[in-house]
Design a protein around this ligand. Sequence first.
Ligand SMILES: *Cc1c(COP(=O)(O)O)cnc(C)c1O
Length: 364
Amino acid sequence: MLTHGKNPKLVVDLNKLRHNVEKVQRMCHDKGVEIAGVIKGCTGLLECVEQFERAGCRFIASSRLEQLEPLKENGIQTPLMMIRIPMLSEVADVVRLTDISLNSEIEVLKALNKQAGIQDKKHQVILMADLGDLREGFWDRDELMEAALMVENDLYNLELAGVGTNLGCYGAVAATPEKLNELVAIAERIEEKLGRELEFISGGATSTLPRIIEDNLPSRINLLRVGEGILLAKDLQDLWGYDMSYMHKDAFTLRAEVIEVKDKPTHPVGEIMFDAFGNQPAYEDRGIRKRALLALGKVDYAFPEELIPREAGITVLGASSDHTILDVEDYDGTIEVGDVIEFDLCYATIVYVTNSNNIEKVYI
Ligand SMILES: *Cc1c(COP(=O)(O)O)cnc(C)c1O
């Protein structure tokens, strides 16, 4: 487990990531569905984005402009998609940096149109319908129709590329065939009024992949925006129970260095008040056990309970800002100061780890 060089590190296996993108891409293509590769989960690391591009994603997508901004000048040619509803204050940058955006406010659409005119550009928009997950999207179907007609007939610098929805984010609402048929119905009502087909009907994110796997995606859905299901591919297996054994769940590895190894009590000694975050936790007394301390902490990954040690016999007890405490009593081997411990990440932690300046990124 010994290693050299700067720690902590994030090691990204680009072949594994590439395999995952290609796999999801092929599964979807077989059903007539294109992919917007969502890069926000890995903070838009260029080396990762390149794997999405090489696999042939229709769009590279992020919720943050600062992740999309450096891509074109670094050689990415795939059209870029802004998937967080734009702030009014960033419409100029949305038009400048991206080709297409998801939208839910007429005022923002008007501002995008104006900016596109100023920049002499056509900007594509997908109008979002909220089908009950209660995050972004038009709730009132008539208002959505009004926006669609306005984009089509009045906002000359915009192009109505389609409609979309997002499910399973706030309301934890499942992307069932019935829900997605609602989206198709909305799209077809708009198409009837416009007298033309919409290019995209975007039926959600990773949480819609079960429809691909079960082959019951409404046939007119032709675009999904997928992040987690490519980067980590854990949720569909762990939460939904699908066999995802053909995906690499270990494309990302966090490596952290041991700075202290000692036998210590498991129950704090003294009057228990508050921890570093103002909590009063409960501690189980399991006697004296071997513990290891790592030189990274919540600032780097936010959720210690979501760090998954690769090796058996190691558990994460907790963390403060810059320290992580492991129980290594049951580890079958020796752990010494200077050793490196490896962890799997999940979607919640990987975004912090890729964001952390403290963590060196290494690509293999
Ligand atoms: C984050 C996001 C996605 C991708 O979600 P995953 O669960 O990572 O696949 C898709 N669409 C929108 C609007 C998002 O915000």
